[in-house]
Ligand binder design. Sequence first.
Ligand code: GRF
Length: 205
Amino acid sequence: LKVAVLISGRGSNLQSLIDHFGPVITGSPIEIVLVLSNRPDAFGLERARRAGIPAVVVDHKGFAERAQFDAAMDARIRESGAELVVLAGFLRLLTDGFIALWQDRLVNIHPALLPAFKGLNTHARALQAGVRFHGCTVHFVRPEMDTGPIIAQAAVPVRADDTEETLGRRVLAAEHRLFPLSLRLIAEGKVRVEGERAIIDDAAF
Ligand code: GRF
């Protein structure tokens, strides 16, 4: 499966996808054909280049309208031959039009157990709420922020002495396992959407 990865920053999730799927892993079900960043200074671009993956910047600041920015991204993604678009720390809201074009072929990773803690600062809010478990979610994207059919989740415990930083590190480590696992399931054709729920056809789930 040809995949485009969209990023805005450090790209540690991108790195975990590179480590799991290549370009140098033989027999990988996933080929990362493009890394696209809306920010020219995203460190993830450097990770892509090091791995020999085409990396491009589509700077949102160069566009007056969101729709034009999304159309420019869509054009680059289509040129790359990608069949699936992966949001890995991509910090721009996408237009409904773009999301419709990639219906059920657009996935996001969110650092909380959705539908809890949509939006930003999820670790601080989890600590504030006093939840005993926190985690991350991989889901298909729908127009409303941080909603859409859930593909997989990983939970981590919240410890009494956790800070935003220690909890965040635990969740990020879980993300680095969950994202490749989820994309593998999709690439193997084991994920389908029925209504607004994702069904996994795998005995392990
Ligand atoms: C991750 O926590 C991801 O869940 C969120 O943004 C962060 C991106 O981190 N959407 P990185 O750029 O992958 O290191």
